[in-house]
Structures are given as structure tokens and as C-alpha cells.
Design a protein around this ligand. Structure first.
Ligand SMILES: [Zn+2]
Length: 572
């Protein structure tokens, strides 16, 4: 049995994500996981919340909660919303887990043994009142360039000038407002990424099948002078994986934690360990996915992410994996995405612009969103969400093409033959032509899904739905019934079998709808129709069904206008 390991980029903990975040990694990863499972693969699909770092501390502080408590709450909220979109993770973990702590400390030790870690002394701003070093974002003051009074230590949000904390006029701590700041010497661990340039280059060059978007970003960063700098992997924070621990190969790191960019990708592996622990399995269960000396050699590992995450996944994380000199399973394919824009501008978390995941589910069921987002995935370029496009796509593709087909054929059957598959004669020329056409179309659909071409996959699936509609239009059982009820019965039998075929083929995109059709038609399984002809003969005369409730409600102009207005503004 083929084995596929799938990870989605980890959503950061500090709030609910918008639809642009969803379509940039988690949703297409889910589509692929569902497709691979349907094709019979053994799949391990992992995702987790990324919980460490300064933004989590600041968000917790704003919420007036201890950071651990804040992260636990936000993790549960994100997990619930993910379930609402039917994201079928085998495990949705947490980068603050014990497993990640152990693995992060282990890998840092291995990197030190490989000579890839260096202790560097630098000066940093220290707040006497707060009793701690302040990360750049914890320092605010007046911008020397434009006079903006709330410029951060790393950048002025008003004029976008990059700053050093020491550039600020009247700097103060954002934790306490204290102004008794001074610069002090502090030591940090640096990962010598530049030492790995040769190994990385060889590895990236070997990936000839990667999408252009992934490879072009990876090579730009690899070969750009600044791209592969040695980078600090520690911070003077309390929230994170401790750098100092029993057996640590360095001293003087008390009170420091690993920088979030170092421990977050390691959570991909640790998430597997969390999954095994939760299932009551031993370590061998996750190691067979992640260690090539323990069975992961025949695993195909696919990562999903937005384009901004590509450098970390093609350079930094591989430095950790390769530099450890341990046999970790490296990624085989990186599927990256451009950005989804919102109605003439950008989605903005800070300004609350656009539709956020919880809001989306509060107005419509998940399949409406899944279908639009996936059929408009920002693959070859950025794409844009507009309410007009969303309305038209839902109304045409889902309501008119798929929903209407199901409704017409099941209701017609009920009124003329009752709620069971009618007999009629054998399939004729028209049906044989349809089967041949659909066999080709299903092969086309599969080839796009195998290649993880999400939009092309959606188009191919839509073409399969359309072919059934055209058949029904042309066969017209409601006309033939008057002259030849036997012929009409056979045509209806084909129509009901088409619904079964659609339920199977559509499940990666619209799982709830597939489930409804599965139930209404009392299908034995939702197994993939490897043989289209056999699948279209699988519902035999006498097989009972019920007419399902209307599958999709059309979006009215009034709804559209209301939502357009509601989501234009500021989310509190
Ligand atoms: Zn400024």
C-alpha cells in the first residue's frame, strides 16, 4: 500500500485565520489527503498550532491571560473551526507540546555536534524595571525618520523604515512603559546555515519536479547574498523551549528559549509523536513515517504552504534535518500557493478586513466555501475573492449543475417508479458513449489530482457533473416515459448511478454533500470508482433510495449585498 505523509503549514496561535490563510495551506492539504485516502493510500495528515514567540506573548498580555492558558484556549478554538471546515487531520497538535520540546532540544544538540552552532555575544536592549531583555517588538518610541510616536524597535509602521531599537527617540518598554532601558551584552546561539549551502544546493537541484513557484523562491534565497545568513536560534523570552537543560552542550543559556522559527517546523515531526501517543501507539508508529532507517523510505512526503513560507521549508528546516546527520525523512514535494485577495484589496488580520474562518461558517455550510476556495485556489498567480464571483460560482456549479441534477432525477424516479432503482433494459448506445466519455474525464480528473493541480482538478470534476446533465437533457426520460416507459426506466437507472459516481468523485472537494448522497442512495461504500463502467452499473434494480433534501440553496442578491457590507468593515 502506498504511504503518503502530508503536512500543512502551521497556523500561528494568535487569533482566528481568514479564508486566504485557509486556501494557502490547510484546505488544499485536506483535499489531497482525502484524495489519497480515497485512492487507497495509507495517509498521515498532520497540522498543529505554532505557539511560541513574541506575538503570542503580546496577544496573551492583551487578553490579560497567562500565555500558556491563552494558547490552550486559542488552540481549542482553531481546532473546532478546522473541524467545521472538515479538515481531516489525523492529528492537530501544538508546537508547545512535550514531544516538540524534547525533539527541538535533541536536534539542537545534534547540530552542535555537527559544528553548526556557534555562541555569539551581542548587545541588546535591557529593561531594568521589567528585569528582562526586550525583543525589538517590545520596544516603542518616536521614529527618527517621520516623527511617528509609536514606531516599533524593528520597523516604523508609518513610514516603513527598518529600524534598530537604538535609533528610536524616547524609547520605552511596551510591557511596562518603563523608560529605564539600557544596552547590555547577551549571548545567543547561531545556526551556521551558510556552511550548508553546498548540501542544500545539491538537494534543491535534485527536485526537478517541484512547482516553479517553489523552486524559484528556494533558489533566489539560496543564491541571494542575504538569503542563507547564519541566524540566531535563541531569544531572551520565557515562553518557548528552554535552551538550557540537563546535558545541554553549552552553558550560560539560562532563561533563554529557542527562537520560534527554529522549533515550529520541528513540530511537524513532533506532531507525529503526539499522534502516536494519543492513539496509544509506541514510537515505532510515528518513526515509520519520519525516519528512513525505520521504514520511512517508501513514504512520499508532501508539504503545503503559502509562498511566504517557502524559504523556511527549503532552507532553514532542511538545514536542521540534514545538519543533524540523522536519517530524517525529507520532503519529496512542496506545493506552494500565491495569495488570495479580498474584494479589491488584501485580507488583513490586523484591520479585520475580509472573511474569517468562524464568520464564514456562521453564514454558510463548509462545502460552499470549500468548493469556491479550491476551484479558485491561487496557484499560478494571486486570485481574488469577490462576493459576485462567489455567488455566481455557488449558484451555477453547485446549485444548477450538481444540485439540480440530483433533485431532478430522484424526484422524477419517485413520481414514476417509486423510491427504488427501476429496471428497464440494458444500457444502449447513448449510455455506452457516456461511459466512454466519463472514463476519459475521470482519468483526466485523476491526473490533475495526482499532480496536485487544484484548480484543474476542480474544473475536471465540474466537467464530469456537466456531462451527466447533458446526458439527462438529451435522454429526457420525462419525454420518453410517455412512449416507452421501459426506456425511461433504464435512463433513470443510469441517472441514479451517476449520482453514486458523483458522490464518490466529489468527496475530496465537498465531503458533506458526498456524505448526504451516500446516505440518500444507500451506497455500500464511497470507494473510488476505479472502473467507471462498473461503478455506473453498481446500483441495480430494486435498490432503495430516498430523495435527498435540497443540496444547495442559491445565494440571493440580497444575501450577497448584506454580506458584502458586513465584511467590508472592521472586525472587533
Ligand atoms: Zn517613521
Amino acid at each position: 500500500m502506498a504511504r503518503t505523509l502530508i503536512t500543512s503549514a502551521l497556523p500561528y496561535i494568535n487569533g482566528i485565520k481568514h479564508l486566504g490563510n485557509l486556501v494557502g495551506s490547510q484546505l488544499p492539504a485536506d483535499l489531497y489527503a482525502r484524495y489519497r485516502r480515497a485512492r487507497g493510500d495509507e495517509v498521515l495528515f498532520l497540522c498543529a498550532t505554532d505557539e511560541h514567540g513574541t506575538p503570542a506573548e503580546i496577544a496573551a498580555q492583551k487578553a490579560g491571560k497567562p500565555v500558556a492558558e491563552y494558547c490552550a484556549e486559542l488552540h481549542d478554538i482553531q481546532a473546532e473551526i478546522a473541524a467545521g471546515f472538515r479538515l481531516s487531520f489525523d492529528h492537530f497538535g501544538r508546537s508547545s507540546s512535550e514531544q516538540n520540546k524534547i525533539l527541538t532540544q535533541h536536534l539542537a544538540t545534534k547540530l552542535a555536534e555537527s559544528g553548526l552552532i556557534e555562541v555569539i555575544e551581542e548587545t541588546q536592549v535591557y529593561s531594568v524595571t521589567d528585569g528582562r531583555f526586550l525583543p525589538d517588538r517590545y520596544i516603542e518610541g518616536t521614529c527618527p525618520n517621520c516623527g511617528y510616536e509609536s514606531a516599533r524597535g524593528d520597523q516604523c509602521d508609518n513610514c516603513t523604515k527598518q529600524l534598530d531599537p537604538t535609533d528610536l527617540i524616547n524609547p520605552h518598554s511596551t510591557i511596562s512603559g518603563a523608560t529605564d532601558l539600557e544596552t547590555r551584552a547577551t549571548k545567543h546561539l547561531y545556526l551556521k546555515q551558510s556552511n550548508m549551502r553546498g548540501a542544500l544546493s545539491e538537494w534543491i537541484e535534485s527536485k526537478t519536479d517541484w512547482p516553479v513557484l517553489t523552486t524559484s523562491i528556494a533558489k533566489k534565497w539560496l543564491n541571494d547574498g542575504d538569503g542563507l545568513q547564519d541566524r540566531g536560534i535563541t531569544r531572551d523570552l520565557s515562553w518557548g523551549v528552554p535552551v538550557q537543560y540537563e546535558g545541554a552542550p553549552w552553558t550560560g543559556m539560562d532563561g533563554k528559549v529557542f527562537y520560534v522559527w527554529f522549533d515550529a517546523p520541528i513540530e511537524y515531526i513532533a506532531c507525529g509523536a503526539e499522534w502516536a501517543a494519543k492513539q496509544g501507539f509506541d514510537d515505532a508508529a510515528w518513526e515509520r513515517w519520519w525516519r528512513t532507517d525505520k521504514g520511512a523510505d517508501d513514504v512520499r512526503y508532501v508539504q503545503f504552504m503559502g509562498k511566504d513560507n517557502v524559504p523556511f521549508h527549503t532552507l532553514s528546516f532542511p538545514v536542521t534535518m540534514l545538519g543533524s546527520n540523522e536519517p530524517w525523512k525529507m520532503v519529496d514535494y512542496i506545493k506552494s500557493f500565491n495569495y488570495l485577495n479580498y474584494d479589491g484589496g488584501q485580507f488583513s488580520t490586523s484591520r479585520g478586513r475580509g472573511v474569517f474562518m468562524d464568520q464564514a461558517l456562521s453564514i454558510l455550510p463548509p462545502d460552499y466555501w470549500r468548493w469556491w476556495l479550491l476551484s479558485h485556489a491561487p496557484e499560478s498567480s494571486d486570485s481574488e475573492f469577490t462576493w459576485e464571483n462567489f455567488q455566481s460560482s455557488v449558484n451555477k456549479d453547485l446549485a444548477d449543475v450538481l444540485g439540480n441534477f440530483v433533485s431532478r432525477i430522484t424526484k422524477f424516479c419517485r413520481s414514476k417508479f417509486g423510491e427504488e432503482v427501476p429496471a428497464g433494459g440494458d444500457y444502449g448506445d447513448q449510455e455506452r458513449a457516456l461511459i466512454a466519455d466519463l472514463t476519459e474525464k475521470v482519468a483526466d480528473y485523476q491526473s490533475h489530482m495526482d499532480a496536485i493541480d487544484v484548480r484543474k482538478g476542480a474544473n475536471a470534476l465540474r466537467a464530469i457533473w456537466v456531462a451527466g446533465n447533458e446526458y439527462l437533457q438529451s435522454a429526457a426520460p420525462w419525454s420518453t416515459f410517455k412512449e416507452d416507459p421501459e426506456l425511461a426506466a433504464m435512463q433513470v437507472r443510469m441517472g441514479l448511478n451517476l449520482i453514486g459516481l458523483y458522490a464518490r468523485l466529489s468527496s475530496p472537494f465537498i465531503p458533506d454533500t458526498s456524505g448526504k448522497l451516500h446516505t440518500a442512495l444507500a451506497l455500500d461504500t464511497l470507494d473510488w470508482p476505479e472502473d467507471v463502467a462498473a461503478s455506473l452499473a453498481s446500483l441495480t434494480p430494486g435498490h432503495g433510495f430516498v430523495v435527498p433534501d435540497n443540496l444547495f440553496a442559491k445565494i440571493s442578491d440580497e444575501d450577497r449585498e448584506g454580506w458584502q457590507e458586513k465584511f467590508a468593515g472592521v472586525r472587533s
